[in-house]
Ligand binder design. Structure first.
Ligand SMILES: Nc1nc2c(c(=O)[nH]1)N[C@@H](CN(C=O)c1ccc(C(=O)N[C@@H](CCC(=O)O)C(=O)O)cc1)CN2
Ligand SMILES: [Mg+2]
Length: 288
């Protein structure tokens, strides 16, 4: 029997816990604040930002969305980040990725105060993650959400072989660090891998984040493996599909995430969780 990892249900459970934490903060007169910066009108990014804003509102988090035209200058963007860095009502700041060409995304991420870096993209936070330093600090929401999904399976993971396909800063690299910190034996594969399929076939935990529709087929997966599909691709008919051929792979896998309804909802639930984390950590530090 293959377990279908239900990201929507796990997100509901996580959001319920976050909502309770928000209610506890409210009793002390504290409202967590999230600032979301989006540049341009990319339809997918606009939907993700709208969903973040909506979910925040449902949980009692105050969210502000600032939308810039694609012609915004780097200086204006950095000024908006600086404004939120200095705003005591804002606990978490995120800049929706990708930024339009011509803007230096890395410089904008680096300008976010590390203690408000709700996406965990600041080098201080990624450095802590890669050094396996003691927390707390925020971690990129998609891989952090995947760790929550893996924990929901209640399977021992230490010593298992993990293969992460894709090495992006948002998913592949922090995913590898989280799995390594959880004592898995981790391989990161990418476009230069000489025999990708020989690698994926060794994985007890396979995480695929490439943006290549149905890259992973049944023959590429070890029987019983946990398969996590981060892909959000469109097939020839425009239908949302993953990097894993779900219909072919699910009979082979021990557990598998669907697309949609897998990793995506957990990304947003983790963002909400981390906004409240940042708010609580700030309180614990004494509002600094
Ligand atoms: N600043 C950031 N930018 C981006 C991140 C991020 O974590 N921080 N991740 C992705 C986009 N993303 C959130 O921003 C995101 C993508 C997809 C989903 C989601 O719920 N997907 C649904 C399907 C949605 C659809 O139908 O199109 C699902 O998988 O079920 C949530 C968040 C890149 N940018
Ligand atoms: Mg990649």
């Amino acid at each position: 029997m293959t377990t279908i990892i239900d990201g929507r249900q796990l997100a509901r459970e996580l959001n319920a816990k976050t909502q309770q934490r928000v209610a506890q903060l409210a009793q002390r007169g504290i409202t967590p604040g999230l600032a979301v910066i989006i540049v341009g009108t990319d339809p997918a990014s606009s939907i993700y930002v709208r969903n973040k804003h909506k979910k925040a509102g449902q949980l009692g988090i105050r969210s502000v969305v600032r939308t810039f035209s694609p012609t915004v200058s780097q200086t204006e963007l950095l000024a908006a980040v600086a404004e939120y860095n200095a705003d005591p009502t804002i606990d978490g700041i995120l800049v929706q990725s990708p930024l339009p060409a011509g803007l230096d995304e890395r410089a904008v991420f680096d300008a976010i105060a590390p203690e408000k870096d709700v996406d965990g993209f600041h080098p201080l936070n990624t450095g802590k993650l890669f050094g396996n330093l003691p927390g707390p600090y925020p971690v990129s929401c998609t891989p952090q959400g995947i760790m929550t999904m893996l924990k929901s399976l209640h399977q021992p993971l230490a010593g298992k072989r993990a293969v992460v396909v894709g090495r992006s800063n948002i998913v592949g690299r922090p995913m590898a660090a989280l799995l390594l910190n959880a004592n898995l034996v981790v391989t990161v594969a990418h476009r230069y891998a000489q025999d990708l399929r020989a690698l994926t076939k060794t994985a007890d935990v396979l995480v695929v984040a490439t943006g290549i529709t149905h890259l992973i087929k049944a023959a590429d997966v070890k029987p019983g493996a946990i398969v996590i599909d981060v892909g959000m691709d469109r097939d020839a008919q425009g239908k949302l599909t993953g990097d894993v051929d779900f219909d072919a792979v699910s009979p082979v896998a021990g557990a598998i995430t669907p697309v949609p309804g897998g990793v995506g909802p957990m990304t947003i639930a983790t963002l909400m969780q981390q906004t409240v984390d940042l708010c609580e950590w700030r309180e614990q530090r004494g509002n600094n």
